[in-house]
Design a protein. Structure first.
Length: 531
């Protein structure tokens, strides 16, 4: 017997015009903001009406709300902006090559950003610069809850912890000759730093291939545990930490580093966040609420792959966004959820009924009662009259129009239709051209082709240069005028059909979006596994 889950309905479903690329929720849960790939920033208030939306150049890459209530917006190719919720733009901070990473402290008024040139910027929510830091190819960023410490990781596995003004406190060096990759960083409430990392090559001796480390504020490693799968996300949890894994497990580590399994999903974990004593898990299309005992309290489904999960400070209000990769519907939305909503049991088939309602309304009682006998019964001319044109009705029923005419005449009509169709095909009639000439069909969307998935071997330095080839994309009724390649962080890699990228060992996913001369767009993804 299938176990049907307990579900809740969203408090609000907020439509988005295009794919949501950034999401932020105010600490008190009273308002939220999101940005999209076209640069639109929308602000929704639970009370008092929505604030005016605005646009930034280059597309929105990140959004954060500071503890002072300032809305911080970063773009893919532009600068960093500070906006008041109702008062418009307050300041602009110049970035080199756009905003690749952004974080804001829960208190202490600290904003941290890594730009496209891999330079770390430290600011207050008023736009006052506190300091800079540069260290190779910076790839990850975390900010302590009190705003006093910042941690950054580069592409070789080195982690540096800095003060809020950019002064280096300590540095954790990479392990092993072949290097490693840091996959997640998280500060705990007491200032300790958790570092999840994986080796880029075969490890020697007792060195773990995948591990989670604990570092105190003085730069001393105080604990380490080996992991069976890559850690995708870390979330502070009551003095401990929850780890969301690539294999779908959610592991809880207490303050003494003792481990327990809190949840298991059949899909990789994309985001985690605490909600009081409960844990919110984003995986596949669902967000699940898991209680302290590891039992699922409820779940809610998003139309896209859940990628962003934001929670108010009291754990009650939840905002969810994701990527709907269906090239035909492309419905985009933000869900606003009340964690205290009353769950109810989803009955088997309810999701199918919802789909039917969405695409054409619920099935009527009359339709449901149709049987084989009623469908094929001879009910007289009244029913047939509703199916035929006036001329066909006269031909079928005779001049009297009483519905008792020879049904062979109807077959003659059908035979004529078939004959016409055959004749048309014999003349090599181009149906697509005919439809286009008659205005019967609009613009066909382009076909995006990101190429076949690749498995490649890394060079001696643990990296490899890979060609992303989208040149086989095409448009049936026009031409492709734009190619855009993006990585897993939605960062633009190039706007040409073919792009070369340098990748470390691991799994990497890239998205190619193509646009035709009529403005229609579709996307395709490719995965590259570097061994």
């Amino acid at each position: 017997m299938n176990h049907m889950p307990m579900v809740i309905d969203p408090l609000e479903v907020l439509p988005a015009s295009t794919q949501v690329t950034a999401l932020a929720l105010a600490a008190d849960g009273s308002w939220l903001a999101w940005g999209d790939e076209q640069g639109n920033v929308s602000i929704h208030q639970r009370e008092g009406g929505d604030a005016p939306s605005f646009t930034v150049d280059g597309g929105v890459s990140h959004i954060a709300i500071s503890d002072q209530g300032m809305l911080i917006v970063g773009s893919h190719s532009g600068d960093l902006f500070g906006h008041e919720r109702l008062g418009g733009r307050r300041w602009t901070h110049s970035l080199g090559g756009g905003c690749d990473h952004l974080a804001a402290s829960a208190s202490g008024d600290l904003i941290a950003s890594i730009d496209g040139a891999r330079l770390l910027h430290l600011l207050t929510s008023e736009g006052r610069l506190l300091g800079h830091h540069q260290q190779g190819e910076l790839m990850l960023l975390a900010v302590a809850q009190d705003g006093q410490l910042v941690a950054v990781a580069d592409d070789e596995g080195n982690v540096t912890v800095l003060s809020r003004d950019g002064e280096v406190r300590f540095r954790r060096e990479q392990r092993g000759e072949s290097g490693e990759r840091v996959t997640a960083l998280e500060f705990l409430a007491d200032g300790h730093l958790c570092v999840a990392r994986e080796a880029l090559g075969v490890t020697l001796g007792d060195e773990e291939e995948i591990a989670l480390e604990w570092w105190n504020p003085l730069g001393t490693e105080i604990g380490r545990v080996e992991l069976g799968s890559r850690c995708e996300v870390l979330s502070e949890s009551g003095g401990g930490v929850d780890a969301g894994m690539f294999d779908g497990k959610v592991l809880h580590f207490a303050a003494d580093q003792s481990e327990s399994l809190r949840h298991r999903s059949p899909y990789s974990i994309s985001d985690l966040s605490s909600s009081g004593e409960d844990l919110l898990v984003a995986s596949w299309f669902q967000v699940r609420c898991i209680d302290a005992a590891g039992d699922e309290r409820w779940q809610v489904e998003h139309v896209g792959l859940t990628q962003m999960l934001r929670v108010s400070s009291d754990g009650r209000m939840i905002a969810v966004a994701g990527d709907n990769q269906n090239d035909y519907t492309r419905e985009n939305q933000v869900l606003l959820i009340d964690a205290n909503a009353t769950p109810y049991l989803q009955q088997e088939g309810e999701d199918i009924d919802a789909d039917l309602a969405a695409f054409g309304g619920e099935e009527s009682e009359d339709t449901a009662r149709i049987t084989d006998e009623t469908a094929y019964a001879d009910t007289g001319g009244a029913a047939m009259e509703t199916l035929l044109t006036e001329d066909e009705w006269k031909a079928w029923s005779g001049d009297g129009g009483d519905g008792d005419g020879d049904s062979g005449q109807l077959l003659d009509l059908l035979e004529q239709e078939i004959t016409l169709t055959d004749a048309t095909e014999a003349d090599d009639y181009d149906i697509m051209e005919g439809l286009a000439d008659s205005g019967g069909i609009g613009n066909l969307p382009p076909v995006s082709d990101a190429g076949e998935d690749q498995v490649v071997a890394a060079d001696e330095d643990g990296t490899v240069v890979v060609l992303l080839d989208g040149s086989h994309s095409y448009d049936e009724d026009g031409e492709i005028v734009k190619h855009v390649w993006r990585d897993e962080n939605n960062r633009v890699l190039g706007e040409v059909a073919e792009v070369k990228v340098k990748l470390p060992r691991g799994n990497h996913t890239f998205t190619l979006t193509v646009t035709d001369n009529d403005g229609a767009s579709t996307g395709d993804t490719v995965t590259v596994q570097v061994q």
